[in-house]
Design a protein around this ligand. Structure first.
Ligand SMILES: C[S@@+](CC[C@H](N)C(=O)[O-])C[C@H]1O[C@@H](n2cnc3c(N)ncnc32)[C@H](O)[C@@H]1O
Length: 272
């Protein structure tokens, strides 16, 4: 099922800004791995509402420069509104077309919870390599597709979609995270093919805890910018969401509703 960049709206963008703590925490860990120094030129691809970008700006000092790009206008608008730094630019843009930026113009590029959404990943990495200075680094966090069925929300969702009335109609493999997500080795192969030296690759399991099933689906809707459950026919989507929420409720423990998620953290360098 194709990923659409036209299904977002102001409410989803506001919700994402308000409840994206999980992504923000991962992003801060990624940024720490990149060891961004004051004065660096940094490109944040898929900057969303700019929350992580604002954290990076606090590290860059006035001599540094941050450009955040995202294809969703509602998210870029929030990033612009919330920005208080003169050395930051948030603008519309797509990972597969970095033509607004000159060759060798950034020290660091990062994509936090973005890479699985990019349709032409090979092209995006070649563009990233072009705009990075020799010796510059790219940092990526993304889901580890090979572990989707070991723990997490995917298992709960698929349990529901394997039942009636979805069983014959929904192709689970068409879920955006499966279709466009990538395995750890797949990511390493893509980085190598684009000419990067992989410095670090790590898989972290984070446990996410929610108090209500609705919090889970609300976050998914906001995080998928309108693409949540887009492999389920529109006529069944509301029912599927209600059934997933009921299944989440069945998974409640004393701590709330919790499940793990495996995230790949990768850092790679453009060879000098
Ligand atoms: C889950 S959000 C992550 C936002 C932000 N990086 C963060 O850490 O909170 C995924 C973002 O990827 C962006 N995205 C999707 N496809 C993209 C593409 N081809 N190029 C750049 N960004 C893209 C979406 O617009 C969305 O804002």
């Amino acid at each position: 099922m194709a990923v659409h960049l036209t299904l977002d709206n102001g409410d989803l963008a506001d919700t994402y800004e308000a409840i994206s703590d999980t992504q923000f925490t991962k992003g801060c860990s990624l940024v720490a791995k990149l060891a961004i120094k004051p004065g660096a030129a940094v490109l944040d691809i898929g900057c969303g509402t700019g929350r992580l970008g604002r954290h990076v700006l606090s590290l860059l000092g006035p001599a540094g420069r941050l450009v955040g790009i995202d294809p969703l206008p509602d998210r870029v608008n929030i990033a612009k509104e919330k920005n208080e730094y003169a050395n930051a630019v948030f603008q519309a843009g797509n990972a597969e077309d970095l033509s607004p930026f000159a060759d060798s113009s950034f020290d660091k590029v990062y994509l936090n919870s973005v890479f699985h959404w990019i349709l032409n990943k090979d092209l995006a990495l070649r563009e990233i390599s072009r705009v990075l200075k020799p010796g510059g680094t790219v940092g990526i966090t993304t889901g580890a597709r090979e572990l989707n069925t070991v723990t997490g929300l995917q298992i709960i969702t698929d349990t529901v979609l394997r039942r009636e009335p979805y069983r014959q109609i929904v192709n689970i493999a068409e879920c955006a995270h499966i279709q466009h997500g990538l395995t750890t080795t797949g990511l390493l192969q893509l980085l190598a093919a684009a000419g990067f030296r992989v410095d670090e690759v790590q898989i972290q399991n984070s446990v996410q805890v929610y108090q209500t099933p609705r919090e889970v689906t609300l976050f998914q809707e906001a995080s998928c910018f309108g693409n949540y459950l887009n492999h389920v026919p529109v006529s069944l989507r509301a029912q599927a969401k209600a059934d997933i929420e009921a299944e989440l409720e069945r998974n409640r423990t004393g701590q709330g509703i919790q499940f793990g998620h495996y995230t790949i953290f990768a850092v790679a360098t453009k060879e000098e």
